[in-house]
Design a protein around this ligand. Structure first.
Ligand code: C2E
Ligand code: MG
Ligand code: MG
Length: 715
């Protein structure tokens, strides 16, 4: 059965037709043969019955008479009938009257008595029993036996014919079916061939030819329509594919770009993360560890020092007057200076030590292991020496110094915060003691440091609370014994702290920047006071005001001075500003420019405390100075101290050579006065003449034309 299913359609059709033809022909032949067999039997029956009837009719008399010869005669004609095998005529009692048989062996005749009339078919013969009647009364029997050969012959003939017909029909059916199957299979094969071609070539423009209105015709039409649809879809798909491919190409290109960007972003993120971690722990400007990392390292060093019972030191560094450089020369130079400083600091320490930038111009050095406190001092001195060398930045020669405070573990503290705080306090102390110094922490400093803090807090309120006052130190022309001017000096009287010396609070005011506001107030107040004295008739009197380097580093000084002059209606020529040598620590060009503007206005400029700072002849020449004030440290021991005397003489000679006038300050006795008089220094200041006094006292001195000192003045 499987083989049938897998057979080609062509063969299937032939097979089906052949099977149908065979079955139909066999059935027809069988019916035909059966029918013929029945009719042949009937014919045989009739023949036998007719014969029996003839014999019976003709033999009635012979039976009645028992005439065997006649009976024999009657049976004779049967001998010519080759199929009659035996025949007999019986009397009513079953006695044979006549009989014959063609069979050689045995000639037995059956006894007909009791056997019903009619034809009986036996295996290979047929026999007939019939009654012989006379006037409807049975008088005897007729027996006929015929072989069935006639029927078989007949049948054989029919079967032969049927077989011939069958085979002929089958042959014709085969030939016809072979031809006819093409009607069905040809279009189907065409269809399948086209389908295969379409599959292999993917050419959806192919169509199956052939029309017809049968199922295959419809199938072809449907198939072609389906191809139309597929072609349409295919075209759409191709279009989509092209579109998709271009989209994919674009997208791929975008993805490649995005991927690269992602990679770059990833790398960037990683480097940013590293950078962030680095930044979190380092100072971006100098690359030094920052406060956070330093504290970490101090903590670690502390725990080691605790365990190993070692000493450890912290050096707190603050650059002196860095703020001024930053403000006057700009941040770029300030930054560069900080970088140079950080390099120099690193060169002073060992690999296991840490230099960190604590913020602004503050640095910290951690020495995690020292054998004694002097080690810290040695490194501190090394740092001071390393920093004192000038730094060249963008054509500026910068001088920077540092103040260093040292705290030692375990004597000055056992935890990070205390050690840092105490190093800070001692640094502050170093500053107030004149900068460029190294100071070890001592317990007493705490009180000093608290005072510094309190000073700054209170100083902020001093102006509002009217706690500041000016006192005036007379400037004497000893040749005329007259007061020619006054130097305004600040005083601060605090409720609880009492009178605070300028040397205590001026550095605080400078560090905090408060000096700018305070300085403005000093200028206005001093000028206003001079106005009063001029109004009182002392109109030749001059006023000198001290200027801090911080004031000179900030813009707006000239404007303030102009305003103060116009407010007090004082001529610029009646005023003088005293500057100290440390103004050269900043942008000299800017300072020179500012001073020159003031000088052009008619204001005099005096170099105060000359000989104590960065005295440099070249600077003195560059600065538009009119007067040099010899510092009292050189005055104190003249004329006895030959050294001081010769320094003083050198300063005077130099000033004269530069065409500058000279003032001696801090003159306390007549010897000193005379010494300077002999040197041609006629303008003098000092307790010999008067201490700084209030405006009222000064006024009285003017009025009385008398000084509290030993000299009498002539106006
Ligand atoms: P300076 O400008 O050199 O002022 C002179 C200082 O010497 C004053 O001290 C004065 O009282 C003192 N003095 C004068 N004659 C003698 C003397 O014969 N013997 C002794 N031992 N001392 C004498 P003071 O008032 O304490 O001022 C100290 C410094 O404070 C000033 O030195 C000045 O640099 C600064 N200063 C004072 N007032 C101001 C101010 O208004 N602005 C600024 N920027 N600085 C000021
Ligand atoms: Mg002065
Ligand atoms: Mg002075």
């Amino acid at each position: 059965m499987r083989r049938i299913y897998s057979m080609p359609l062509r063969r299937k059709i032939i097979l089906v037709i052949m099977m149908i033809s065979t079955v139909s022909l066999l059935l027809a032949s069988a019916a035909f043969i059966a029918n013929d067999r029945i009719t042949t039997r009937q014919a045989a029956d009739e023949i036998l019955n007719t014969m029996a009837e003839i014999i019976a009719t003709n033999s009635t008399d012979a039976v009645l008479s028992g005439d065997r010869a006649t009976a024999q005669e009657i049976l004779k004609f049967l001998a010519r009938k080759h199929h009659i095998q035996a025949a007999a005529i019986y009397a009513n009692d079953g006695r044979i009257i006549s009989g014959y048989s063609k069979e050689t062996k045995g000639n037995q005749m059956p006894n007909p008595v009791g056997i019903p009339e009619g034809v009986q078919y036996r295996d290979n013969y047929v026999e007939l029993y019939s009654r012989i009647r006379h006037l409807h009364v049975p008088v005897g029997y007729v027996y006929l036996r015929s072989d069935v050969g006639i029927i078989a012959e007949h049948m054989q003939w029919y079967i032969n014919v049927a077989i011939i017909v069958l085979f002929t029909s089958l042959l014709i059916a085969f030939i016809l079916s072979k031809q006819l199957q093409r009607i069905i299979t040809d279009p189907v094969l065409r269809l399948s061939e086209i389908a295969r071609q379409i599959i292999s070539e993917r050419n959806y423009s192919l169509r199956v030819t052939g029309t017809g209105h049968d199922e295959i015709g419809k199938l072809i039409t449907d198939f072609n329509e389906m191809l139309d649809q597929i072609q349409l879809r295919d075209n759409e798909l191709k279009l989509h594919k092209v579109e998709l491919e271009s989209n994919v190409a674009n997208r791929t290109a975008e993805l490649v770009v995005a991927n690269k960007e992602l990679e770059a972003a990833k790398e960037q993120a990683e480097s940013v993360a590293k950078r962030m971690e680095y930044n979190a722990n380092h100072d971006p400007l100098t690359g030094l560890p920052n406060r956070m990392l330093l504290k970490d390292r101090i903590n670690t060093a502390l725990s080691h020092a605790h365990r190993e019972q070692r000493m450890m030191a912290l050096l707190f560094l603050d650059l002196d007057r860095f703020k001024v450089i930053n403000d006057s020369l700009g941040h770029a130079i300030g930054d560069q200076l900080l970088r140079v400083v950080s390099r120099r600091l690193k060169s002073c320490i060992r690999a296991e030590d840490t230099v960190a930038r604590f913020g602004g111009d503050e640095f910290m050095v951690l020495l995690p292991s020292i054998s004694g406190s002097s080690d810290a001092g040695r490194i501190g001195m090394k740092i001071i020496d390393a920093l004192v060398k000038p730094v060249w930045c963008h054509g500026h020669e910068l001088h920077i110094t540092t103040s260093i405070g040292i705290s030692i573990f375990p004597s000055d503290g056992t935890d990070t915060d205390t050690l840092v705080k105490n190093a800070d306090i001692s640094m502050y102390r170093a500053k107030t003691l004149g900068r460029n110094k190294l100071i070890y922490y001592t317990a007493e400093m705490n009180a000093v440091s608290r005072r510094q803090l309190t000073l700054e807090t209170n100083l902020r309120k001093a102006l509002e609370k009217n706690e500041l006052e000016l006192v005036y130190l007379p400037k004497i022309d000893i040749t005329r014994n007259s007061i020619i001017g006054a130097e305004a000096l600040l005083r601060w009287e605090h409720d609880t702290m009492g009178i605070v010396c300028p040397s205590d609070f001026i550095p605080v005011a400078e560090d905090s920047g408060l000096i700018v506001t305070i300085g403005e107030w000093v200028i206005r107040t001093a000028f206003a006071q001079l106005r009063k004295w001029h109004d009182a008739g002392y109109n030749k009197l001059t006023i000198a005001v001290n200027l801090s380097y911080v004031q000179l580093s900030r813009p707006g000084l000239v404007k303030t001075v102009r305003q103060a002059l116009s407010e007090s209606r004082i001529e610029a020529g009646m005023t003088e500003f005293e500057i100290t040598e440390n103004v050269v620590m900043q942008n000299v060009d800017a300072v020179v420019a500012t001073l020159e503007i003031m000088k052009d206005m008619g204001i005099s400029i005096a170099m105060d405390d000359f000989g104590t700072g960065y005295s440099s002849l070249s600077y003195l020449r560059r600065l538009p100075v009119d007067t040099v004030k010899i510092d009292q440290s050189f005055v104190r021991e003249v004329p006895d101290n030959k050294n001081d005397a010769s320094i003083a003489q050198a300063i005077i000679a130099m000033a004269k050579s530069l065409n500058l006038s000279v003032v001696a300050e801090g003159v306390e006795n007549i010897k000193q006065m005379n010494f300077f008089r002999q040197q041609g220094v006629h303008i003098q200041q000092g307790y010999l003449f008067s201490e700084p006094v209030t405006a009222e006292v000064f006024q009285r001195m003017l009025d009385k034309q008398a000084l509290p000192g030993p000299l009498n003045l002539v106006r």
